[in-house]
Write a protein that binds this ligand. Structure first.
Ligand SMILES: *[C@@H]1O[C@H](CO)[C@@H](O)[C@H](O)[C@H]1NC(C)=O
Ligand SMILES: *[C@@H]1O[C@H](CO)[C@@H](O)[C@H](O)[C@H]1NC(C)=O
Ligand SMILES: *[C@@H]1O[C@H](CO)[C@@H](O)[C@H](O)[C@H]1NC(C)=O
Ligand SMILES: *[C@@H]1O[C@H](CO)[C@@H](O)[C@H](O)[C@H]1NC(C)=O
Ligand SMILES: *[C@@H]1O[C@H](CO)[C@@H](O)[C@H](O)[C@H]1NC(C)=O
Ligand SMILES: *[C@@H]1O[C@H](CO)[C@@H](O)[C@H](O)[C@H]1NC(C)=O
Ligand SMILES: *[C@@H]1O[C@H](CO)[C@@H](O)[C@H](O)[C@H]1NC(C)=O
Ligand SMILES: CC(=O)N[C@H]1CO[C@H](CO)[C@@H](O)[C@@H]1O
Length: 364
């Protein structure tokens, strides 16, 4: 589905949206949006960086044309950023518990490492055009939206004006806020409740697994030593070929029906007991979330509407605005002048401990 004709079609839709000639089914209107956080605005960069969104979209269009898999990595980066101490770009910092440093990267996380490189590349382009006025966290939020849209999902406008955080995401914050793929619905519901996200938000945001891949280590506990009884037999047999034993390093798609298309088939997978992670499948087992899964499986428009709502809500979690934080001149490092006193504490972070945090091993 990385075909250029598909992407061209999406660009056309976007063109139509931009010039308001018609109303497309994939545009989710403002009435279904949550309130915009104080300090953020839909037109924040309209006058000082009018080409911001075009620069990002054109670049991502080119990247996705040769590798649509990058879309999932960029979407996941926004999740990880927002879940851990708010959407402040802290996940991008070299030294954060799941940050880009090669030392921290678990094996076979090339997708994630590439996502960090793409964000920094976008920042260079945006700052070259407009100066250092757009934050890395805003760029991550726009890139996530474009990843959704250019993969076939809904288009929505992203509230902008985030500032980049000065603090690294610690291992504790990362572990506490990013539930593992082995988490059940109860754990997920309470983890998201601490972020003021509801069970409906949980099910909608989990729909991000309609694109992307997972590695054996994230679901091998469902295969060995004993097979998870909720798993479809044929699905389990195929997964055992992909991951022949514990500690296998293979990967497989999260949505077996349409792995590279942003649609509602992920929920159809769950209804057929073909969800990859426990954190996916348990949404259909748990009576609190099961009806929500079913409603999205039978109505893609409803899923798109709720996904957009929850993305905008999540995308505004504990944002820094106004004079808080800074606009980084390098997404993976704090600006030099203000950081000298803080940088010394970075070396105190125990590298061994950081490696224990599996960047990809999260339910989102
Ligand atoms: C991290 O969490 C552990 C256990 O949950 C706790 O013992 C430790 O004090 C925490 N560290 C920090 C810096 O908060
Ligand atoms: C969910 O997982 C938690 C932590 O592993 C466990 O304590 C709880 O019993 C589980 N709940 C259900 C309904 O399986
Ligand atoms: C959740 O909502 C409460 C009450 O509105 C607020 O005090 C708290 O800061 C919010 N938490 C987050 C993580 O946004
Ligand atoms: C990886 O998965 C593929 C597809 O299921 C399978 O053919 C291959 O044998 C697996 N590779 C390893 C090393 O297990
Ligand atoms: C898998 O790795 C863990 C930790 O590295 C190790 O304890 C375990 O023995 C390994 N299991 C197999 C089947 O290789
Ligand atoms: C599907 O959801 C949309 C958006 O909420 C709604 O307008 C529509 O009526 C629903 N369709 C059906 C068949 O329920
Ligand atoms: C950005 O910061 C990272 C982490 O400190 C560093 O490795 C990299 O060289 C910096 N990039 C530039 C262009 O200075
Ligand atoms: C370091 C590591 O585990 N690398 C593995 C990544 O995945 C490929 C297959 O997809 C393996 O061949 C590598 O050994």
């Amino acid at each position: 589905m990385a075909s250029s004709s598909f992407l061209q079609m999406m660009m056309l839709v976007l063109f139509i949206i931009a010039f308001g000639t018609t109303k497309s089914g994939v545009v989710v209107n403002a009435q279904t949006s949550p309130p915009i956080a104080p300090g953020l605005s839909l037109i924040f960069h309209e006058t000082n960086c009018p080409n911001l969104e075009t620069i990002i979209r054109n670049r991502l269009w080119t990247i996705f044309n040769s590798d649509i898999a990058q879309a999932a990595g960029l979407l996941r980066l926004h999740f990880h950023d927002c879940f851990v101490q708010g959407c402040d770009g802290s996940v991008l910092l070299d030294g954060s518990a799941s940050g880009p440093s090669e030392k921290n990267a678990p094996p076979n996380l090339s997708l994630k490492a590439e996502a960090f490189r793409i964000i920094e590349d976008l920042r260079v382009r945006v700052h070259a055009a407009c100066g250092r006025i757009v934050s890395c966290s805003d760029i991550v939020a726009i890139a996530a939206r474009d990843s959704v849209f250019l993969s076939g999902g809904p288009y929505y406008r992203v509230p902008l004006g985030r500032r980049d955080g000065l603090n690294f995401a610690t291992q504790n914050a990362t572990l506490q806020n990013l539930p593992p793929p082995s988490a059940n619905a109860s754990v997920l519901i309470s983890a998201l409740a601490t972020l003021n996200l509801t069970a409906t938000d949980l099910v909608a945001l989990s729909g991000g697994h309609t694109i992307g891949i997972g590695s054996c280590g994230s679901f091998e506990d469902r295969l060995y030593p004993t097979q998870d009884t909720t798993m479809d037999q044929t699905f389990a047999r195929n997964l055992k070929q992909t991951c022949p034993a514990l500690n296998a390093t293979n990967t497989t798609v999260l949505d077996i029906r349409t792995p590279n298309v942003f649609d509602n088939r992920y929920y159809v997978d769950l209804m057929n007991r073909q969800g990859l992670f426990t954190s996916d499948q348990d949404l259909y087992t748990d009576s609190r979330t099961r009806p929500i899964v079913t409603s999205y499986a039978v109505n893609q428009s409803l899923f798109f509407e709720r996904f957009v709502f929850s993305m905008i809500k999540m995308g505004q979690l504990s944002v820094l605005t106004g004079s808080q934080g800074e606009i980084r001149s390098n997404c993976s490092a704090r600006n030099p002048a203000s950081s000298s006193s803080y940088l010394s504490s970075v070396v105190d972070i125990d590298q061994g401990q950081q490696e224990a945090v599996e960047g990809e091993s999260a339910a989102f």
